[in-house]
Design a protein around this ligand. Structure first.
Ligand SMILES: [Fe+2]
Ligand SMILES: [Fe+2]
Length: 278
């Protein structure tokens, strides 16, 4: 099995483009899969540069409804044609982020930028789940992750709209992918809005094991206070993790801390980086 980062904020090889988003291409004996699609600016160009054929996809997994993980879906579907797209039903929620701009709170739409029907016309067959699910033998989606620990707090800049009212977005749709391998579990995160500690607790409990060969993807640690970040890194350090490759919303501060904690087992999951499991 080989997992290659297709879209990410930074470029690490001499090929490909960076963008604020995430996408990973997964090659297995059974076929190829895509986890998230980036914003849409780079997924096709990077797939060509990295020689990953988007026409061969067996399934697409979407970690959550933010545009930086779903925006590339039309471009991918134009190549893949009819394909199962796995996600939580809240994928289609309206999403807003509010950040300060020139001293003023400025709202920005950050949800899935396309209508469900349009995506279906392009070939998407949505398979929606809220529970922990075995999609195929040895391939699981976490479903909704209970927010049990207080290690990481909800991102207070994110909102959704319900019946015309703006309310905090707790992102129940945030889910991660688990693949079992002979070397242990591989956990692929989109943005880890549920909190990496909560996600790992949930995975450990549902899978009945805690041997992680690798954890890859966005950890959202950049959005936490230094204390929360330290607690999360300490939590990860105590686990059995062979490799940790972080991307996207992890940020420089958390990457440095993880690199110090994991040494050679750490890598920056930039565009073109990959994990190969024999
Ligand atoms: Fe997100
Ligand atoms: Fe993100």
């Amino acid at each position: 099995m080989k997992i290659t980062v297709l879209c990410e904020n930074a470029v690490g090889k001499l090929i490909g483009f960076g963008e604020h988003g995430f996408s990973a291409f997964i090659e297995t004996d059974r076929g190829n899969y895509l986890f998230d699609t980036g914003t849409g600016h780079c997924v096709v160009a990077n797939s060509l540069a990295l020689k990953k054929d988007l026409k061969t996809l067996r399934r697409i997994f979407l970690s959550h409804g933010h545009y930086d993980h779903t925006g590339g879906l039309p471009e991918v579907l134009k190549l893949s044609g009819k394909v199962d797209v796995h996600a939580h039903p809240n994928l289609f929620s309206d999403r807003i982020a509010i950040h300060k701009q020139d001293g003023k709170d400025t709202p920005r739409y950050v949800g899935l930028p396309y209508k469900k029907r349009y995506l279906e016309y392009l070939g998407a067959h949505f398979v929606l789940n809220t529970e922990f699910t075995e999609v195929e033998k040895g391939m699981f989606l976490t479903g909704e992750v209970p927010r049990k620990t207080a290690v990481e707090k909800q991102d207070i800049t994110l909102f959704t709209e319900e019946d015309g009212k703006r309310v905090p977005d707790v992102l129940p749709d945030d889910q991660s992918l688990i693949i079992t391998t002979g070397k242990g579990l591989v956990l692929i995160l989109g943005c880890a809005h549920a909190g990496i500690v909560n996600i790992i607790d949930h995975v450990t409990q549902k899978m009945g094991r805690d041997d992680f060969h690798a954890i890859l993807g966005g950890t959202h640690l950049d959005f936490h206070t230094p204390e929360q970040m330290d607690k999360a890194v300490q939590f990860l350090k105590k686990l059995k993790i062979e490799k940790i490759g972080v991307s996207h919303c992890t940020g420089m501060r958390a990457s440095i801390k993880l690199s110090e904690a994991f040494g050679d087992r750490f890598f920056q999951g930039c565009v073109g980086s990959f994990l190969e499991i024999e």
